[in-house]
Design a protein. Structure first.
Ligand code: GDP
Length: 450
């Protein structure tokens, strides 16, 4: 896309009383002058007729012209408010499509141009779409706050702090004179504060997203440990097919339920293990993906059997995921011991029985607590977008890595970690040349005319 071309699109759905045709780009003024008979003065609405190429009237309407840079896109822009009929929209679109230098805008192109022209950062551009699609009052408020730049201001602050930590260290690393001073302890303290603020922001973001969209909870474990039975026990009905033959759950099952007021989608996956069966191995691949995409993993092990190599393989594949360990079949003789603090393999853990129902209530409590730690109802919904939450989590772990590297006096590694943290903050705002795919993928989901 070049910003030298001029684009147009209908910004409203057809069928209302009025519809708005938008035109943006260097030829916007000339186009309006050509198709509209009214007087054109920037930011003054005027009444006139839009005409076809032969001078015949298409509709009588109002129009306004915004002169660059004082417009939504930062370019010359025109808006024509015509009557809301399909016939008017079709005729006017035809007329504009035939004009020289004019083409139909892509989905989200007006907002994308606003971003590319520096009128708004990425987070604010995303808020435009969130606001357009906001269904609930909470979402509307969060999107508007984000659009007005409250989120951007906070993230810019974090970004600048990471940048200055990086600059201080870079200055020291690049100095040949031996004069530059660097205090690793002070840098670590600053990184620590930055990491903890970032964590709070990400957690609140996770919270508001989960309350809005629900959480995906994947039930993961090797075959026959009792995954399907556990799903049934949580749902209190027979949904998954329970069999004593390993590998019978070949696809994933999804069920929605409310866990202590949190909307949850439970996903029962096929047993994760290497298998020569092609169909089953597709299920296995899907399980791995579910584990990656889930907000929470329930890792099920069979308490009557103990850990087998397949369980250990799963354990290594879920490292770093938010996980609750479930030691199933507590009605049978148990060979698995929980740690003194109630954890298993450092995950919060619970013993359950699908037969007696033992531990199911406790499991629900653990799921809720792990999804929304320290449920703080008053926390504000500053971050609501999954892309932002993920970037914040990435920044936080980069800052933690920087702290460890500084502790080990590995200043080069600390430098790269600070750089990663800074880049993660920058990616939320779309600063410092974000990857083109990222920008494309964000605007692709927009509607036409926005
Ligand atoms: P999956 O392959 O992991 O989904 O495991 P299933 O839920 O299909 O269960 C495998 C076998 O273990 C079945 O024979 C179940 O009846 C049995 N099982 C599952 N949960 C329990 C439990 O809590 N107690 C006992 N005694 N058996 C169970």
């Amino acid at each position: 896309m070049t910003n030298n071309d001029t684009v147009f699109a209908l910004s409203t759905p057809v069928g209302g009383a009025i519809q708005i045709m938008r035109i943006s780009g260097p030829a916007a003024r000339k186009t309006l002058e050509t198709v509209f008979t009214g007087r054109i003065e920037p930011r003054r609405i005027s009444y006139g007729t839009v005409t076809d190429a032969d001078g015949s009237a298409i509709d009588s309407c109002c129009a306004v012209f915004f002169e660059a840079p004082a417009s939504y896109t930062g370019e010359d822009m025109a808006e024509i408010y015509c009557h809301g009929s399909r016939a008017v929209a079709a005729k006017l679109s035809e007329r504009l499509a035939a004009a020289e230098f004019l083409r139909l805008a892509e989905a989200g192109e007006f907002t994308k141009r606003a971003y590319l022209n520096g009128k708004m950062d990425l987070a604010r551009a995303e808020a435009v779409m969130d606001l357009v699609s906001a269904g609930a009052e909470r979402s509307r408020k969060a999107a508007l706050d984000q659009l007005e730049g409250r989120l951007s201001a906070v993230i810019t602050g974090l970004y600048l702090r990471a940048k200055s930590l990086l600059a201080e260290l870079a200055n020291y690393l690049e100095d040949d004179t031996g004069e530059a001073a660097f205090d690793p302890a002070a840098s670590m303290t600053a990184a620590d504060e930055l990491a903890s603020e970032t964590e709070t922001l990400a957690e609140n973001g996770m919270r508001s997203r989960i309350l809005r969209e629900g959480a995906r909870v994947a039930i993961i474990g090797s075959p026959n440990v009792g995954k399907s039975s556990l799903l049934n026990a949580l749902l209190l009905r027979e949904r998954a097919i329970v069999t004593p033959i390993p590998g019978t759950t070949r696809d994933t099952l999804e069920e929605s339920l409310s866990v202590e007021g949190i909307p949850v989608v439970l996903v029962d996956t096929a047993g994760i293990r290497e298998t020569p069966d092609a169909v089953e191995s597709m299920g296995v691949a899907r399980s791995r993906r579910e584990a990656t995409e889930a907000d929470l993993v329930l890792w099920i092990v069979d308490g009557s059997r103990g850990l087998e190599p397949a369980d250990r393989e799963i354990l290594s594949s879920i490292s770093g995921k938010r996980t609750v360990a479930v030691v199933a079949k507590s009605d049978l003789e148990n060979v698995i011991l929980l740690d003194g603090d109630g954890t298993f393999c450092s995950f919060p853990a619970v013993r359950t029985s699908a037969v007696t129902g033992d531990g199911i209530a406790e499991l629900k409590r653990l799921i809720a607590e792990t999804l929304l730690p320290g449920a703080d109802e008053g926390a504000e919904n500053l971050v609501t977008n999954l892309r932002h939450v993920t970037a914040l989590e990435r920044a936080e772990s980069a800052l933690d890595a920087a702290k460890s590297a500084l502790g080990a006096r590995d200043f080069d590694a600390a430098f790269f970690s600070y750089k990663n943290a800074m880049d993660a903050f920058a990616s939320i705002l779309g600063r410092d040349d974000p990857a083109e795919e990222l920008v494309e993928s964000i605007f692709r989901d927009f509607c036409m005319g926005k």
